[in-house]
Design a protein around this ligand. Structure first.
Ligand code: PEP
Length: 253
């Protein structure tokens, strides 16, 4: 039985003080949560302070990316050891905004996934098609390339530590959410792609989140789908109330 994982991706929002305040509210609200894994991903700048706030709580820390190199002349980048030191458990890898604006490719996703797993942390691997790709009937081929690329040379044991976030690019930050059926259909095919690589047992064990305009109003319907094991949430994770409504929707299932 897969447990739900609800993760808030704060992107480039919230100052350090605002991040600390939001983290405190989320810690408070999630005190009674027992079944659902709750994760928040603040900016790097706020991550260490947020780590202090969530220590001993039901909330886990993620960061929004890492570089695959250990250290060196990579201006603006952060290594996996740096985020491990401050207590991050998860790293979001391959977000569509990274792919779209910062030259992320399936190859760099794979390098980062290996680095995160090698450090004993867990990647949340983001995949998803653009609207043009969907309209052109390329959904299956895009997802296949992204899944096969991300998991290249990853062992079965390591694959089991990963989380996948299926995020149709056209639904991210647009307010246009995939229907329950659209999301379920895509996520089912992602699970069968994983099964082709690692077998049914591994595919059944790996959690696949949905991401793309998930909010308090649509979360219950999405989370009721067989192959949706949680959410990666942007906009609706920036307020404790709305984020908590989504957590509650998962907790109630
Ligand atoms: C995201 O960025 O991963 C995301 C799903 O954003 P939003 O919820 O705002 O669509």
């Amino acid at each position: 039985m897969r447990s739900y994982i609800i993760a808030g991706n704060w992107k480039m929002n919230k100052t350090v003080a605002e991040s600390v305040a939001l983290a405190k509210e989320i810690v408070e609200k999630t005190k009674g949560i027992s079944k659902t894994e709750v994760v928040i991903a603040p900016t790097y700048l706020a991550a260490a302070k947020v780590a202090d706030v969530i220590k001993g709580s039901n909330v886990k820390l993620a960061v929004q990316d890492i570089h695959w190199k250990d250290q060196g002349a990579f201006t603006g980048k952060v290594s996996v050891d740096m985020v491990k030191e401050i207590g991050a458990e998860y790293v979001i890898i391959g977000h569509s905004e990274q792919r779209q604006y910062f030259h992320e490719t399936d190859e760099t996703v794979n390098l980062k996934v290996k680095k995160v797993l090698g450090a004993g942390l867990k990647p949340i691997i983001c995949i998803g098609e653009t609207l043009d790709e969907r309209k052109a009937g390329k959904l299956e081929s895009v997802l296949t390339a992204q899944v096969e690329g991300a998991y290249k040379d990853i062992s079965n044991g390591d694959a089991l530590k990963t989380v996948i976030a299926y995020e149709p690019v056209w639904a991210i930050g647009t307010g246009v959410v995939a229907t329950d059926d659209q999301a379920q259909e895509a996520q089912k095919s992602v699970r069968s792609l994983v099964a082709k690589l690692y077998g049914e047992a591994t595919a059944e064990a790996i959690r696949i989140q949905y991401g793309g305009s998930m909010n308090a109003g649509n979360a219950a319907g999405l989370l009721a789908q067989n192959d949706i094991d949680g959410g990666l949430i942007g906009g609706a994770s920036l307020k404790a109330d709305t984020f908590f409504s989504i957590i509650e929707a998962a907790e109630k299932r």
